[in-house]
Design a protein around this ligand. Structure first.
Ligand code: ADP
Length: 492
């Protein structure tokens, strides 16, 4: 098999490359430019080699940037350096490289190290194939189980409802147990099916303009009986009106069912459940809180992982799938879901949903307009993307995130001051600074000024991490406005 080895280097050919070519390995040399990630994606590498000494930064820095991208997270990376320095080796491993080689190693050892990376890559591929097979199996088994389960339920219901003749009360109790068991099994099967559809991207949201208030009120009614049965109370805390959202109501109901179902399941009798919603900064945030045992801090960050369960000391039924489905559904809506819990204060689950037309579509229309203008007038357009990576606060607190975004917008406005400069926020976590009729040099100087400016602000706002900057040039990198925009929002 012909393996694709991408070498990231700003230098010329060297001994290592000659050695690899002599071993009939296929190399592609890539320079560490701003468009490196999109070039890498197109090259579809099996292994990535990075020179430790790059003019534009260090090999480990480039390695880290590559590792942060999902599609490169399992590509073996090796960093090479002429020196066998302890620091170089440590830097490389800490940046996420699988291996490190120095020029002092014998040629056979270097080759064996490369071949071992190729073996790792082959194993990854095999694991991926097995994973796909497993998903397909899960999906078809879940699908096949649904029909017989429906038939069993219908028939048991016929007997239970006395349609086939009278039943005595002992039979009734047993049949009710059977129906509960069937319903539980059906919901697990449905969850498994959802998981496989979400993973394979086969789940399509049927988004419509929806008033989430009516969903919340309907859910409150649905849960009324089980709330009373468990001797709990439920309060609906919502404003009189909320802006319409562009969501799949069935899927948002499913998320609420899961969150409320958990709240009811884990809260002991006498406890209180709150279902609330607020609107701020173009987002509607829904809250489901309870006064149950809460979730210990060390488990909070895993709570949305698949099959993750926390032992609360009882024997609560469950699979650990529900919250992971909630997360994937909310992610698919471009929203965020998070949980907080403090000892003795129960669990608080939140999810926020963007007003799609306010955030994404407006940004898209504005950006495409600028790019098409540039295409028509044949001028170049530089787009500086500044991505908010806010501190821990931003992960759990959308308002804090909004503050960060506003701060970036304000700072960008003080630097990109020409009337033709445009600043657009996108999805609440990044902004695009569109610099019309600007070449790379001009755009880089804006970028550096903005970076310095923001750097000084980081000292004041200690909760924030340094935002991530990237620069893209239209039409230099991609001549089609639509394609360029798509790559831009994908984060290429
Ligand atoms: P399941 O409820 O089937 O176990 P979930 O994915 O819905 O699966 O939840 C995962 C775990 O999160 C649960 O096992 C439970 O330990 C914890 N959890 C979820 N909601 C709550 C809650 N409201 N209070 C306490 N723990 C919770």
């Amino acid at each position: 098999m012909n393996y694709q080895i991408c070498c990231i280097d700003d230098g010329q050919d060297n001994e290592l490359y000659r050695l690899l070519r002599n071993a009939h390995l296929h190399l592609t040399l890539l320079s560490p430019s701003t468009s490196l990630l999109s070039v890498l994606e197109r090259s579809d590498p099996d292994i990535i080699l990075i020179n430790y000494h790059l003019q534009t930064g260090s090999g480990p820095q480039v390695c880290q940037t590559i590792r942060e991208r999902d599609q490169f997270s399992i590509i073996p990376i090796m960093i090479f350096s002429p020196q066998d320095s302890r620091d170089h080796i440590l830097d490389s491993y800490r940046a996420g490289a699988e291996d490190f080689i120095s020029a002092s190693l014998p040629e056979e050892v270097i080759l064996e190290k490369i071949f071992s990376l190729i073996r790792i890559r082959t194993m990854y591929e095999k694991l991926k194939e097995v994973d796909v097979l497993k998903d397909e199996f899960l999906s078809s088994v879940s699908h096949e189980l649904r029909t017989p389960l429906t038939i069993i339920r219908e028939n048991v219901s016929l007997v239970l409802d006395g349609v086939l003749g009278p039943i005595v009360s002992r039979q009734q109790v047993q049949l009710e147990h059977a129906i509960n068991g069937i319903d539980r099994l059906t919901s697990i099967v449905n969850d498994l099916l959802d998981i496989s559809q979400l993973k394979s991207g086969k789940m399509h949201l049927k988004r419509v303009q929806t008033n989430i208030l009516s969903i919340l009120k309907e859910i409150e009614q649905t849960f009324l009986v089980s709330i009373q049965e468990r001797n709990l109370t439920m309060t609906l805390q919502v404003p009189t009106s909320l802006p319409p959202l562009y969501i799949d109501p069935k899927r948002i109901r499913q998320v609420l069912f899961n969150l409320l179902g958990n709240a009811i399941k884990f809260t002991p009798a006498g406890g209180a459940i709150t279902l609330g919603a607020t609107f701020a900064d173009n987002r509607v945030t829904v809250e489901v809180s309870d006064t149950g045992p809460g979730i210990p801090a060390e488990h909070l960050k895993h709570i949305f992982d698949r099959f993750y369960r926390v032992d609360h000391g009882g024997s609560q039924p469950g699979t650990g799938i529900g919250l992971s489905i909630c997360k994937q559904l909310i992610d698919a809506h471009g929203g965020k879901i998070w949980a907080s819990s403090f000892p003795g204060e129960g669990a608080h689950f939140f999810f926020s949903l963007p007003l799609a037309e306010e955030i994404e579509e407006k940004a898209t229309i504005m950006m495409l307009h600028e790019l098409e203008l540039a295409q028509k007038n044949q001028w170049s357009c530089a787009i500086l993307t500044i991505e908010l990576r806010g501190g821990d606060r931003s992960v759990t607190d959308p308002l804090a995130k909004r503050d960060g975004l506003d701060m970036l917008m304000m700072e960008a406005r003080t630097i990109a001051t020409r009337p033709t400069d445009l600043i657009v926020s996108y999805r609440g976590d990044r902004i695009f600074v569109v610099l019309n009729q600007t070449d790379r040099m001009g755009a880089l100087s804006v970028q550096h000024r903005l970076e310095n400016h923001i750097e000084s602000l980081l000292h004041v706002n200690r909760g924030w991490q340094r935002p991530k900057f990237s620069l893209h040039l239209f039409p230099e990198e991609e001549g089609d406005a639509g394609v360029f925009y798509k790559q831009l929002i994908k984060g290429d």
